[in-house]
Design a protein around this ligand. Sequence first.
Ligand code: CTP
Length: 410
Amino acid sequence: MNCFLVGGAVRDKLLDRKVSDRDWVVVGETVDSMLAAGYEQVGSDFPVFLHPKTKEEYALARTERKSGKGYTGFEVNSESSVTLEEDLKRRDLTINAMALDKNQQLIDPFNGQNDLHNRLLRHVSPAFVEDPLRVLRVARFAARYHQYGFEIAPETASLMKQMVDQGELDHLVPERVWKETSRALLEKDPDIFFEVLRACGALKVWFPELDVLWGIPNPVQWHPEVDTGIHTMMVIQQAAKLSDNLAIRYAALVHDLGKGLTDPAQWPSHREHEELGVAPIRALSERLKVPNECKELAIMTSEYHTHIHRALELRPATILKVLNHCDAWRKPERFNNLLTTCIADAKGRTGLENRDYPQAEFIWNAYQAAMKVEVKSIIEAGATGKNIKLRLDEKRINAIREFKQAYQPD
Ligand code: CTP
């Protein structure tokens, strides 16, 4: 069988990166001949098969032509006469349009290797515009390969802008947007994904609550970088350094959406942005169908990040209130994630990237001290009904007070 390794596997092999998925293209075969050779058909839109042993994906070489709006209506031709070059031509980027044959010879009709060498993300052909998801894919690849110095070719950037201007991105479905976004958030430089989307206008289409943050000032004594959009990008950079957890990275991204709702007459102050942030976080999370774990941490971060920043000044009763609101008792991991997101927020400011943040350890240890209070002892002492909770809160406040009195910052 005439099989070629294609797509991301070839690209990442040439970049010396770990190859996770291997995709193959088969030339000169038909559905029937594949089935006869023992392959299992899986694709419904076009012929894709699983190898009987390796279970890797083998697709018949095909051409695609768009015949409808958005994601619907592709005319697919996968006759056995379709050549490898025709199949490579329908692909998004030149670095994704290379193939390796059985003898490890590179087939590279669109000079992908050259673009790989020059660190360029460049579209293969004008047919790039037929798939609006590619705008998000290019942004995601830009985030992933930023570490190697990749940039988007100017002609590709202007094509992306044109697609956005023509409303093509309106036809995407939320699931696909979130899939690309969540993958981008987990890349090494997630901020680049959002910068690329902003530059081509796509951020305004799918993330309007985020897009408005550029141009909104903060007080310079807390935020030397001043601009809320820039701050947000710095916070996800810090979050990416601190953790691989998707919820933390998402919460970092949206923690200041409330600042988009401050009356400009109040700028650069943002009183109550913590509470104001809840509605836009909900709106964005629901539009993109973001998983609950991400949405919940994001809302909690918006509501409590200022409290956590002030942890050392809070009264014991207020600390308990924060712990109760965050349900730290039943969700310790989520509370820990909140603290990590707050560290990212504190460090995501110009010149403050290496600051200490004793607040996180302080409140975590206060929480541990409060955890030591045992409900059992309260019940044994005779408390019943509502009084159990009242006594528990009292004892927890005392435990936090004792911890606070003994606390010695390093
Ligand atoms: N492809 C495309 N347009 C898309 C999706 C995919 O042209 N909208 C092509 C590209 O050639 C890509 C290949 O199909 O390389 C495989 O797609 P996929 O597995 O989604 O991506 P990879 O390039 O393998 O990237 P990743 O490492 O992110 O999985």
